[in-house]
Design a binder for this molecule. Structure first.
Ligand code: PGA
Length: 256
């Protein structure tokens, strides 16, 4: 079994003081968790601070988005190479908040995925349906479309070393977690879709679940065969909740 990934997406939360406290608590609490890959996604401006604090630890650093361009006149944007300067190894791509609030299209998400991969970053490609789409029975069609645009632009080989996160939009920040069975169904579908292009790669691709993951529901989600970790929003701002999720991942990985 590959090491489960427990990723904390802090979104636009925190300040210098609260982030220092949070990182210290997470660092202290994950010391013994050798079978979990912990990744933190702070807001851009705190990357230097968190990067400095994480030096010499096993915790990885990621950014919440990146530019599809390498450099130039793109005011407000941040490139992959800038993220590498601060030891980021991961980057979220296509989070639903960026798809919806910043109007990121499937094609733009695909370009960002390529920019990340080509720079040597691990993109965490987020996909997922809205409540309306689920109620219309369109979940698989939506997820297939989101994946297909990336597969067509990037090619399946670029998924080697990438991560996919299934995040049903209706479960994000709502407390309405998908049931383990609902999540498993879509995770298996994602794997089948990628397997159409490359079966071997699809088997080893880590697929995270995101959407109201908490310490109390992490174990049952991780018990599903195609769930390889969690992308955690709200609960990642609370060190004890986040550490509870990481501990559940460690127990799952140990088979205890
Ligand atoms: P949530 O967010 O855990 O607060 O639902 C998940 C995410 O947006 O990645």
């Amino acid at each position: 079994m590959q090491r489960p990934i427990v990723a904390g997406n802090w979104k636009m939360n925190g300040n210098l003081g609260s982030i220092a406290t949070l990182v210290d608590a997470i660092e202290a609490g994950t010391g013994g968790l050798d079978r979990v890959r912990v990744v933190l996604f702070p807001p851009f401006v705190y990357l230097p601070q968190v990067s400095h604090r994480l030096k010499g630890t096993a915790i990885s650093l990621g950014a919440q988005t990146l530019s599809e361009h390498t450099a130039g006149a793109f005011t407000g944007e941040v490139s992959a190479s800038m993220l590498l300067d601060f030891d980021c190894s991961y980057v979220l791509v296509g989070h639903s908040e960026r798809r919806n609030l910043s109007r990121e299209s499937d094609l733009l998400v695909a370009r960002k995925f390529v920019a990340a991969r080509d720079a040597g970053l691990t993109p965490v490609l987020c996909v997922g349906e809205s409540l309306q789409e689920r109620e219309q029975g369109a979940t698989e069609a939506v997820v297939a479309r989101q994946l297909r645009v990336v597969l067509d632009l990037a090619g399946v080989q670029r998924f080697e070393g990438a991560v996919v996160a299934y995040e049903p939009v209706w479960a994000i920040g709502t407390g309405m977690t998908a049931t383990p069975e609902q999540a498993q169904e879509v995770h298996a579908f994602i794997r089948r879709t990628l397997a159409e292009d490359n079966a071997g790669l699809a088997t080893s691709l880590p697929i995270l679940y995101g959407g109201s993951v908490r310490a109390a529901n992490a174990a049952e989600l991780l018990a599903m065969p195609d769930i390889d970790g969690g992308l955690v929003g709200g609960a990642s701002l609370d060190a004890s909740e986040f550490l509870g999720i990481a501990a559940a991942a460690q127990r799952h990985s140990e088979g205890t």
